[in-house]
Design a protein around this ligand. Structure first.
Ligand SMILES: *Cc1c(COP(=O)(O)O)cnc(C)c1O
Length: 369
């Protein structure tokens, strides 16, 4: 009774849309279970569409993809300090490397596994998160050169990540990134791929694509700016969250509805019970602001969203048990968008799709295998 419809054709369409905007390679980011869309299913369909590599956050995610038979290149960058990298290197997972300690772990893993460690050096150009500081960069580059000379380490790429604070902040990071690439080149470090932008930067700065762009949210057809402009960018939302009305009843005026009686009926009316709550990832603070659609009409969540359910006051509308309720979907079909729900909850579309789940079942449409 609760379904997340995942349109794999939309994901392939979004991959091709992003390809059409750039001559750079596309590295789809499929961390966090492909932003709630199903990492293995998304990887399979994109591999079939000709995609040569994927990014995830950590090695556990990468190894899950290997277990599922994904043979494309994989990059991970958020490392468990207790991970010796041996399995990742043995199973050909490229490692994002932020410092000399991680570099030597990669080198030792290569020695232990008999494979070559493939690395992407990460420079922090201003986000203040993962990566080498600018001041430690030359030392990391020099250490990497020595590691490469042992034949155990190969540098595939150099990358960084924008803060998306403002165009001028991003432009400053782009310049720092170019400087870091120059430092590496001047030191004689060879690498194939420079990559900087995620979805937002890829759409905003076509001049900063370098050799590859890391595309997460746009792969799923969502606007990286959470401004409901996905269609403008040629993207199609891939996820629809839907359920059904499980009970209806006529109640008189003055009926308090759900915890705290945030809503009381103004007159005789129909209440419809919907079996989705915050355990499904529908934020509790959607209460009072978000809207869902039933039979093409929008209804506001006037009463408190509970763990398992919420109640709609549908007036005298002909809403019946079993009627479909769209929590969010493609706004082109008239559904409330993920961006609408995110705005109602004072968050971004990323948080909605990565946290939706609970008792929802995923149903795949399109090129599913
Ligand atoms: C998550 C992530 C991305 C993808 O970001 P989107 O905004 O979803 O495209 C790219 N690069 C890094 C380093 C990330 O952590």
């Amino acid at each position: 009774m609760r379904e997340l419809i995942i349109d794999l054709d939309a994901i392939v369409h979004n991959f091709k849309t992003m390809q059409s905007k750039t001559s750079a390679l596309i590295l789809p980011v499929i961390k966090a279970d492909a932003y709630g869309h199903g990492m293995v299913e998304v990887a399979r369909v994109l591999e079939d569409a000709g995609c040569g590599g994927f990014a995830v956050a950590d090695n556990a995610e990468a190894l899950k993809l290997r277990d599922a038979g994904i043979t494309a290149a994989l990059l991970s960058w958020l490392h468990d300090p207790a991970d010796d990298f041996v399995e990742a290197v043995a199973r050909d997972v490229d490692l994002g490397i932020a410092n000399i300690e991680q570099l030597s772990r990669a080198q030792h893993a290569a020695e232990a596994s008999g494979e070559i460690a493939h690395v992407h050096l990460k420079i922090d150009t201003g986000l203040g998160r993962n990566g080498s500081t600018v001041s430690e960069w030359l030392a990391l580059v020099e250490a990497t050169k020595s590691a490469v000379a042992t034949g155990k380490v190969m540098v595939i790429g150099i990358f960084s990540h924008l803060s998306s604070t403002s165009e001028s902040d991003d432009r400053a990071q782009i310049e720092k990134f170019k400087n870091a690439l120059q430092v590496a080149k001047d030191a004689g470090l060879e690498f194939e791929l420079a990559h900087l932008t995620a979805s937002d930067g890829s759409l905003a700065y076509p001049d900063a694509h370098f050799d590859m762009i890391r595309v997460g949210i746009a792969m799923y057809g969502l606007d990286p700016f959470s401004t409901n402009r996905a269609a403008e960018f040629g993207l199609r939302p891939a996820m629809t969250a839907k359920t059904v009305v499980v009970q209806t009843k006529r109640v008189p005026a003055g009926q308090g509805v759900s915890y705290g009686y945030l809503h009381r009926t103004a007159g005789e009316t129909t209440l419809a019970l919907i079996p989705v709550g915050y355990a499904e990832g529908l934020p509790r603070n959607a209460t009072g602001k978000a809207e869902v659609s039933i039979n093409g009409k929008r209804y506001r969540l006037q009463s408190r969203v509970a763990m398992d359910q919420f109640v709609l006051d549908v007036g005298d509308d002909d809403v019946k048990v079993g009627d479909e309720v769209i929590i969010f979907g493609d706004p082109a079909s008239g559904a409330p968008s993920v961006d609408d729900l995110a705005a109602a909850c004072d968050t971004i579309n990323y948080e909605i799709v990565t946290r939706i789940g609970g008792r929802f079942k995923r149903v795949y449409l399109g090129a599913a295998k």
